[in-house]
Design a protein around this ligand. Sequence first.
Ligand SMILES: NC(=O)c1ccc[n+]([C@@H]2O[C@H](COP(=O)([O-])OP(=O)(O)OC[C@H]3O[C@@H](n4cnc5c(N)ncnc54)[C@H](OP(=O)(O)O)[C@@H]3O)[C@@H](O)[C@H]2O)c1
Length: 229
Amino acid sequence: MWPGPYGDWGSRKYLMASLHQSLKRMKLDYVDIFYHHRPDPNTPLEETMVALRDIVHQGKACYVGLSNYPPDLAQKAAALLRAMGTPCLIHQPKYSMLVRTPEEGLLDVLQAEGIGAIAFSPLAQGLLTNKYLGGIPADSRASKEHFLKSDMITAELMEKIDRLNNLAIQRGQTLAQMAIAWLLKDERVSSVLVGARNSEQLVDSLKALDRLDFTADELALIDAILKYN
Ligand SMILES: NC(=O)c1ccc[n+]([C@@H]2O[C@H](COP(=O)([O-])OP(=O)(O)OC[C@H]3O[C@@H](n4cnc5c(N)ncnc54)[C@H](OP(=O)(O)O)[C@@H]3O)[C@@H](O)[C@H]2O)c1
């Protein structure tokens, strides 16, 4: 992204230029998946999808992905891409125990269209871990006020996190592992895009795979703690 009318969003000019710059920076000939970051209200959807199709045809990406598209636009974009012979492979929504928006239609659209979901911010940027239960640690994201603001660490939220943490301990997991397993329990979720500040966090998160199953009671308790239903 860069300043100016073609430095962001979904025009053909922006998509082509940003991919070329990324390939140059990464010293690669092509990427496996090229995601369109978010829908552009000022560019026809057709222009964006044709540009994605052309990027695949040029051999600069193997597959097309979308991110942050609401259900109706995701469906329209999927139909356009499929008609052009470059089906959308994967959709990247923000999804976690604390952000349930994809359950309000998007996951159903993805299932119907045969598109996988890869959840970004699965740990709600670190909120879905035990790190804030004793206050805000000095090296944490909230301490840097970068993306995660310290005023999001409220007593009400920490009470829920504490209860979720207790459930995770009963399951023999860390809360981070349970938060990831909770996403992967849904067959519509192909993968999760975890962030990690260091290798210890990544190793911890990967151990989520050791316990992916949930009982119906556990799922109901999680919803009750989050007051989701
Ligand atoms: N498509 C989009 O619009 C979009 C938007 C945002 C992000 N993304 C992608 O999604 C990726 C992940 O997003 P995210 O970084 O917000 O994900 P996240 O996994 O929700 O949060 C990562 C943060 O959680 C903490 N953490 C990670 N593993 C931990 C563990 N095992 N125990 C304790 N704390 C742990 C760390 O915070 P501390 O630094 O505080 O320790 C880490 O920086 C990004 O790298 C980006 O590629 C996509």
